[in-house]
Design a binder for this molecule. Structure first.
Ligand code: IMP
Ligand code: MG
Length: 338
């Protein structure tokens, strides 16, 4: 591993936290830096029997020697940030950029109180849209303006570029998913308040496109979506339950709408992100026999066929296959062939 960007390929909740935590451990990342919108994202990481739901801290925290950074493009809710610093015990190795925008209670109220945002778009109600609107109006407070955050403030783009230039292993963490992008969705206004593709994630942390080695797009083995907007092939709640696809959202506790894997969207996500690898998650939900396996020879014929179909239809190799919730429940085909 050198410089990896990990992004979501559908509508968020693809299992990016899981993939990032695996890479942080397996490749012994020196640095994990989070891009994306802000605390509207919830990345679930299960490691050493403990479950973490991270809305601000990079998922690479599971590697105890990794430096953890939050890029200037990311919105920070100080309350959420500080509570995660304490629940993960990462103080001393986590820093945010002075240019990170600050979500204040008034942004959360504006998000939750808006019929358009909360009612129609179905936002997470975390204040990210109103805060990004204030940022565009150039009146949002920045992290550098908040005295009690001073000890966490660093020049994040400088630290990330310095690490890359000296050959360190860097994991750049995307949030949300490609089709929640403000630019690239077909379903405006059912989207988030920024672009969410790999280029935007790199910009969020201050890294130019030439410095990236690998772009991993994460697809869940089926599609889920929370909030409003179309979902092709959507199952009824009963059907989703019957198929074992019933999920509850990390940040909001809402039921996630579910649909089958969408090859057309996956192809477009690969194009929009210039993905070099695919991570396929929750394959054990479609094929329960493979739960927890870590070697490809333990895959069943049906599971193999599905992976090959994804590769054939999407045109990029599947390199990481998640077979269970723990960070280490992963088949790594970067080393092994199917
Ligand atoms: P907002 O980002 O809170 O403004 O919400 C806008 C839309 O994006 C809504 O449909 C949310 O459910 C969705 N969304 C935002 N962040 C995430 C995420 O991390 N996972 C899944 N859906 C998200
Ligand atoms: Mg999530």
């Amino acid at each position: 591993m050198s410089v990896y960007v990990v992004v979501g390929g559908f509508y968020g909740d693809e299992g990016k936290g899981k993939v990032l935590s695996y890479l942080a451990l397996k490749d012994n990342a020196d640095l994990g830096v989070r891009g994306g919108v802000g605390p509207n994202a919830g990345h679930t990481v299960i490691h050493n029997g403990r479950e973490y739901k991270l809305r601000q801290i990079p998922s690479a925290f599971v590697n105890e020697r990794a430096l953890l950074l939050i890029g200037p493009g990311v919105l920070v809710n100080p309350e959420v940030f500080l509570s995660e610093v304490s629940s993960t015990g990462v103080e001393g190795r986590v820093f945010l950029d002075g240019h990170c925008g600050i979500i204040e209670p008034k942004h959360v109220e504006a998000d939750r109180g808006s019929e358009h945002l909360r009612g129609r778009v179905g936002t997470t109600g975390t204040g990210t849209g109103p805060a990004n609107a204030d940022r565009a109006l150039r009146r949002l407070k920045l992290a550098r303006d908040i005295p009690y955050l001073t000890k966490f403030v660093e020049d994040v783009p400088f630290l990330v570029n310095e690490a890359i230039d000296s050959g360190k292993r860097v994991l750049i963490e995307g949030t949300q998913g490609t089709f929640l992008s403000l630019w690239h969705t077909d379903h405006y206004p059912y989207c988030t308040s920024k672009d969410t593709t790999a280029s935007a994630i790199c910009s969020d942390v201050g890294v130019g496109p030439k410095k990236v080695d690998e772009i991993v797009v994460v697809f869940k083995s089926y599609v889920t979506r929370v909030g409003g907007g179309p979902l092709e092939g959507e199952y009824s709640v009963e059907e989703a339950k019957r198929r074992g696809l019933y999920e509850v959202a990390t940040v909001t506790g809402r039921v996630r709408r579910a649909a089958p894997f969408n090859f057309k969207l996956a192809r477009r996500a690969v194009m929009l992100n210039s993905a070099t690898q695919i991570a396929l998650t929750k394959l054990d939900i479609l094929f329960p026999e493979i739960r927890g396996v870590t070697k490809s020879d333990a895959l069943t014929g049906e599971a193999r066929d599905f992976i090959e179909k994804v590769e054939d239809e999407v045109g990029v190799p599947v390199t990481l296959i998640s077979t269970g919730p723990d960070s280490l429940h992963m088949i790594d085909l970067r080393e092994e062939k199917l």
